[in-house]
Write a protein that binds this ligand. Structure first.
Ligand SMILES: [Zn+2]
Length: 278
């Protein structure tokens, strides 16, 4: 599976100096990692990337961009961005994974700290990507490092990202998710995407990804839309993890004393799980 995916960043259209070296050393996973697939939900490392070395700048108000979603004005408040370290992973079927994730309009130290904490969680859990809703913060923020090792690869922070183009070519890949501990199954996704996003300082950039980075990005991007990877599995694939999902639902009920907010048993085909324009 992993070996079937040739990992490389194809045409890289980084127009921003804070992402100077996206030429990641994207190698196939080392043999030692073969038995333990990396999961897509983790956090940002502390290697001093250019973005993180930048001295704190005064809060910057993002300019509303025409053409974004109809929720353009639904920006996160300071309260929405409050967090306590260490961050904890939100697991399925917690309703936080389905909640609306607000856009970010303030680029301050608090946001940088949140991204740092997310990287910490990501590395500790052997992840290569992590979205804010997975740590209980319902905002449009994700971090990833396709290498998954602190100090290696490139730490990438995306704020209010959008996919502006998908490849027609679809590929299957065995995915995991920190919010679904121990569960791995095949998911089909476009092989490449073009992304429009803001970075941690609020600067806009465009980047084209393919291979593993495109895979990680799309998985995390789904989280920002309240979509989880099981939503994208075929019924046949889902059958292979149904018992594990039900076990997570039971665990949630035992922990909270509440009925599970969703059940895989009654899953309806989600119409919203298309991939949009290509
Ligand atoms: Zn995930």
């Amino acid at each position: 599976m992993a070996s079937a995916v040739r990992l490389h960043l194809s045409s890289l259209l980084v127009s921003h100096s804070l992402l100077p070296r996206l030429s990641l050393r994207l190698l196939p996973p080392p043999p030692s990692a073969a038995g333990r697939p990396r999961r897509f939900s983790s956090a940002l490392p502390s290697a001093p990337s250019a973005a993180r070395r930048a001295s704190p700048s005064p809060p910057l108000r993002a300019q509303a961009k025409r053409g974004f979603s109809s929720k353009d004005d639904d920006f996160a408040s300071a309260d929405d961005l409050q967090f306590e370290a260490p961050l904890k992973i939100v697991e399925y079927p917690d309703p936080g994974l389905r909640a609306n994730n607000k856009r970010i309009g303030t680029f301050d130290d608090n946001l940088r700290k949140l991204a740092d904490e997310m990287f910490d969680v990501m590395y500790k859990t052997d992840g290569i990507g992590l979205s804010a809703p997975q740590v209980g913060i319902n905002v449009q923020l994700m971090v990833f490092n396709p290498i998954g090792e602190r100090g290696e690869g490139e730490e990438i922070v995306l704020v209010n990202p959008r996919i502006i183009k998908y490849s027609k070519k679809m590929v299957s890949f065995n995915e995991g998710c920190l919010s679904f501990p121990g569960i791995y199954a095949d998911v089909q996704r476009p092989e490449a995407v073009k992304i429009d996003s803001l970075d941690i300082s609020g600067a806009r950039f465009t980047v084209s990804l393919s291979g593993l980075p495109a895979r990680v990005f799309q998985h995390e991007f789904d989280h920002l839309q309240g979509i989880v990877f099981s939503d994208r599995m075929t019924e046949q694939v889902l059958d292979t993890i149904r018992a594990e999902l039900e076990a997570l639902e039971k665990k949630y009920e035992q922990r909270t004393g509440l009925p599970s907010p969703e059940r895989i048993e009654t899953r309806r085909r989600r119409v919203a799980v298309g991939f949009g324009k290509s």
